[in-house]
Design a protein around this ligand. Structure first.
Ligand SMILES: Cc1cc2nc3c(=O)[nH]c(=O)nc-3n(C[C@H](O)[C@H](O)[C@H](O)COP(=O)(O)OP(=O)(O)OC[C@H]3O[C@@H](n4cnc5c(N)ncnc54)[C@H](O)[C@@H]3O)c2cc1C
Length: 466
């Protein structure tokens, strides 16, 4: 049996063909059927000392939920996951499992590791289709906690503390909850109805979410304490785009990835004229950067009608920081990878519109502090790539509003809030922080992991302060 499991390949997940999907925003991956999920679950060895759990920042009991799928107890499988993860349909879709749980699966040593993310997605989708139930909650403790930001970090803190009986109110700056899951990651990777269903589950737990409520403007952190909250969690993310600071970057047609993705996803430019918020996109688009944000921007640009979309990245294919699956999807869809090139300036038409990007060729030198080989410009190798739209996707930093309005809150020179990693505590009493606002732009599951750490600390803090 065990030897067979090593030989048997993972069950593939059906997806739209590249030709089909490149002109729509429907979800690319279609998910497992019941039969596919059971077949994949049957490959799991149910290890006595499961390595996969070591790779999960929120500690899901992976073998237990896979066993439930194998036994046909799909809704119970979802409940098992939800014991430690309130957003399973989201994590099953966007977590980099290849670098986390799945990386540690022993089957991966000689064959395909178990497709843990696909099974997680299956269980969560099955439960949602059959009616989500809320677990029994302990009696209210009467303690109140404020959470700033309804992204994965804030939502996790909120769900965890509600499950301990505390009153939780979330303050979200935007008109909708979900953070990057709503405004950044496109519909074809993460349908927004699924994000909202998971948000509704958290609301059903009794979490109150105040939308259009920017902390730092409407209330300060101090005022939240004055209003009766006993602890505050800051999960305000990293929503401020980084720029290249190159000549011509302020021309029309040059977008930050934040603006481009917000206009496309949150304001639904792709559904113009049903939504009266179109986005101007030319025939030829250059996306600067090599992470998930760059891949999402490039794939959105194709779907919005661009004929040629280039990824411009200063290192090579092996160094691309985006998830492997997303790079593969982008390649299949026809995105052109212009690697080992770096922009030096943007060139306009004399009327303020971008018309080309000047690039310099790069070579990889010795490894730098990050362990990756340092890209070095080849002198005199500049060339011009004609484009009419540019999307700059080179990273994000935290928005400084909370840091600027909260006296005594310590921040790094990058604007991230300084916390104790093991507790998520800031140096201000009762104030905790986690997710991208503390680490800089990272991943959904790391933000949720920080949320869990913070919730445990806040629970301990409230109990101590009784
Ligand atoms: C385009 C894109 C694609 C990505 N793809 C992936 C992926 O495939 N897999 C993956 O794991 N990660 C991915 N990431 C990263 C991941 O989405 C983030 O790491 C994660 O969302 C961080 O969660 P967070 O809760 O810390 O912050 P956010 O998701 O940014 O949420 C913060 C929330 O706080 C709100 N807020 C900000 N300031 C205030 C304020 N003053 N008052 C009230 N509310 C405020 C914001 O509006 C937002 O809703 C991607 C990121 C982007 C931008």
């Amino acid at each position: 049996m065990a030897a067979d499991a090593f030989k048997k390949p993972a069950v593939d997940m059906p997806k739209q063909t590249p030709e089909e999907r490149v002109s729509n925003f429907f979800e690319v991956a279609k998910g497992y059927t019941v039969e596919m999920a059971v077949e994949e679950a049957e490959r799991c060895l149910q290890c006595k000392n499961p390595q996969c759990r070591k790779g999960c920042p929120v500690g899901i009991d992976i073998p237990a939920f896979i066993k439930l799928i194998k036994e046909g107890r799909y809704v119970e499988a979802a409940w098992k996951i939800k014991e430690t993860n309130a957003l399973p349909a989201i994590c099953g879709r966007v977590c980099p499992q290849e670098n986390q749980c799945q990386k540690f699966c022993v089957l991966g040593i000689r064959g395909d590791g178990i497709s843990i993310g696909r099974l997680e997605r299956f269980a969560a989708d099955y439960e949602r289709d059959h009616g989500i139930e809320v677990p029994e909650l302990p009696t209210d403790t009467g303690r109140r906690v404020a959470v700033v930001g309804a992204g994965p970090a804030g939502l996790t803190v909120a769900a965890e503390l509600r499950k301990k009986g505390h009153g939780v109110e979330v303050f979200e700056a935007l008109h909708v909850s979900g953070g990057v899951l709503m405004y950044g990651i496109p519909e074809f990777r993460l349908p927004k109805a699924i994000v909202q269903a998971e948000v509704q589950y958290i609301e059903k737990l009794g979490v109150q979410i105040h939308l259009d409520s920017m902390v730092g403007k409407l209330h300060t952190v101090r005022e939240l304490f004055d209003g009766g909250f006993e602890a505050v969690f800051i999960g305000s993310g990293a929503g401020l785009p980084n720029f290249l600071h190159l000549p011509g970057e302020n021309m029309s047609g040059v977008y930050s990835a934040n603006e481009f993705l917000i206009r496309t996803n949150l304001m639904k430019a792709y559904r113009f004229p049903e939504y009266d918020t179109p986005i101007n996109i030319g025939k030829s688009v250059a996306v600067i950067g090599g992470g998930n944000v760059a891949m999402d921007s490039a794939r959105c640009a194709l779907r919005l009608g661009a004929e040629k979309v280039y990824i411009i990245y200063r290192r090579g294919m092996n160094e691309l920081p985006a998830r492997h699956e997303e790079v593969e999807n982008a390649e299949e869809e026809g995105v052109i990878f212009t690697l080992l090139n770096n922009p030096t300036r943007f060139i306009g038409d004399g009327k303020g519109n971008v018309r080309a990007v000047e690039l310099v060729r790069m070579e990889l030198g010795e490894p730098d502090a990050s362990g990756r080989r340092r890209p070095e410009a080849v002198p005199g190798s500049e060339w011009r790539l004609p484009v009419d739209t540019v999307v700059v996707a080179i990273g994000q930093s935290p928005n400084p509003i909370i840091q600027q309005t909260t006296e005594g809150l310590e921040v790094t020179r990058h604007g991230t809030i300084i916390t104790d990693e093991t507790t998520a505590a800031t140096q201000l009493e009762g104030v905790y922080a986690g997710g991208d606002v503390a680490t800089g732009a990272a991943t959904v599951i790391s933000a949720m992991g920080a949320g869990k750490t913070a919730a445990a600390s806040i629970h301990g803090y409230l109990n101590k302060a009784k």
